[in-house]
Design a protein around this ligand. Structure first.
Ligand SMILES: *Cc1c(COP(=O)(O)O)cnc(C)c1O
Length: 476
């Protein structure tokens, strides 16, 4: 396939404009020192060429509108198209962030109501919508933990992170200057209060827990663990990336969590992967409200406004108010489903994952037996005996028209295959996935050499996944 710059021919245009009727030259309006000496080296192509180029590219890509995307932890659910329509309403899409509050009451109302829904869903007392990704929510949360302890003059230096945690968790702690101490999950894949007690001391600022955890298991001892933390004036941070499994069923605020982030783009459906945009709002309990980023949003009579006088605020964590378009999508999603619908999301996500798990657990190893929540983690250890790695299995799935699951995470499972079907997959695609996974297991026994060369049918074969980053092609 040709690149745009290869299709390019000097002078080709996708449009034509009339002569400019503004008298004078460009340098009369823009100081000459800001003007380019040379035009930028952009490809010159006609409209039909550019459209065909991008349609061809999109056909080479795999996406959620094409098929199942069982990428564990990422919640690649189908994103309802109405979200896109609503977020493109001119009244939302074209607001300037400096527009006075009185002219953007609708947008403020949407943000206010979204945070009220998130409060109700999570059982927290106040929410900031400002962080723009899950990892950014974690950083904000850790800044809140730090601000809380500094305010109370507590001497704290460490944060506990379980061995099954997402890589962003220890990274966020380290960014704020905390030492990370690992706590091990038990044989059953969940945390136990004895292990927490074993590493607990007065220097611990917080524990960061993902619930359900990255093995897709509910942390059933969460309340006891929270009690241990609180006895030492340490806080409980919940990574809420897996909240789609809890919607309408249980609430972090009811099981001892002090701070939680939402991945609006995961749980509440915004297309993600490939770099955003995302929404990583943070919910806190009453005693942490005064530390939240500014501005907060409040309602006064029938007027909505920003509140800047938050006494111990950590300041701003993003320009303006966060990714508003993602908020519109999350709001639309919540309003379309309602409370009952949201609970069905969680139930269906759990049923779909258990259905897959049940049908695959005799073909692949299941190190932590379920029932699972919205996802589960298989091991490719059995296939490895034939010389086939999990990476090979993932690559072969592409030949069969399925996106690969998350692989080699969480780190505590050998040759991990982390599978999250989400609630939006119909039975036919779940059954198709089961068939293909069984076919691949059979191929691993019968023809491992061929499997190691997968994929065969994709536009590109096996890539050196690090080379593009190591050897930047700055071509033109
Ligand atoms: C996705 C994810 C994150 C990070 O969220 P981003 O929005 O990608 O920054 C953190 N923890 C877990 C468990 C996740 O699945």
């Amino acid at each position: 396939m040709e690149l745009l710059k290869e299709i390019s021919k000097p002078g080709k245009r996708g449009y034509s404009l009339p002569e400019c009727d503004v008298p004078g030259e460009i340098k009369d309006f823009i100081p000459e020192r800001f003007l380019r000496k040379e035009p930028p080296p952009l490809p010159e192509v006609s409209e039909v060429e550019v459209v065909r180029h991008f349609v061809r590219l999109s056909n080479m890509n795999y996406h959620i509108d094409l098929g199942m995307y069982p990428l564990g932890s990422c919640t690649m659910k189908y994103n309802p198209k109405i979200n896109e329509d609503v977020s493109r309403f001119p009244g939302f899409a074209f607001i300037h962030p400096f527009t006075p509050e009185e002219y953007v009451q609708g947008a403020l109302r949407l943000m206010y109501e979204l945070k009220e829904y998130l409060k109700e869903i999570s059982g927290m007392d106040e929410v900031s919508l400002q962080p723009v990704a899950g990892a950014h929510g974690e950083l904000t949360g850790m800044l809140l933990v730090k601000a809380y302890h500094e305010h109370k003059k507590n001497k704290k230096s460490k944060v506990m992170v379980p061995d099954s945690a997402h890589g962003t968790n220890p990274a966020s702690c380290a960014l704020v200057g905390y030492d990370v101490i690992q706590v091990n999950s038990g044989e059953d894949g969940i945390l136990h209060p004895e292990e927490i007690e074993r590493v607990m001391d007065d220097e611990v600022a917080c524990i960061m827990i993902t619930n359900p955890n990255t093995l897709g298991l509910f942390e059933t001892h969460i309340k006891e663990i929270a009690d241990i933390m609180h006895r030492h004036d340490a806080l409980v941070y919940m990574d809420g990336a897996n909240l789609n499994a809890l919607l309408g069923i249980s609430r972090p605020g009811d099981f001892g969590v002090d701070i939680v982030h939402f991945n609006l783009h995961k749980t509440f459906s915004t297309p993600h992967g490939g770099g955003g945009p995302g929404g990583g709002g943070v919910g806190v309990k009453e005693f942490l409200k005064d530390f939240l980023p500014v501005p907060l949003i409040e309602k006064d009579g029938d007027k909505y406004r920003f509140r800047w006088d938050v006494p111990h605020t950590i300041g701003k964590v993003a320009t303006f108010y966060g990714n508003f378009g993602v908020m519109v999508k999350a709001y639309t999603y919540i309003r379309m489903l309602g409370g009952k619908g949201l609970r069905e999301v969680a139930e269906q996500a759990i049923i779909n994952a258990n259905y897959l798990c049940h049908h695959l657990k005799d073909t692949y190893e299941l190190p932590y037996p379920g029932p699972c929540m919205h996802e589960f983690v298989l091991s490719g250890d059995r296939q490895k005996k034939h010389g086939v790695r999990t990476l090979d299995i993932a690559k072969r799935l592409l030949d069969h028209g399925y996106h690969a699951p998350t692989i080699y995470f969480p780190l505590i499972v050998h040759e991990a295959l982390m599978i999250e079907p989400t609630e939006t997959e119909p039975l036919s695609s779940l059954d198709g996935f089961i068939d293909v996974m069984k076919k691949i297991a059979k191929e691993a026994e019968e023809n491992p050499e061929r499997l190691k060369n997968a994929p065969e049918k994709t536009p590109v074969r096996r890539l050196d996944e690090a080379r593009a980053a190591r050897e930047l092609d700055t071509g033109w």
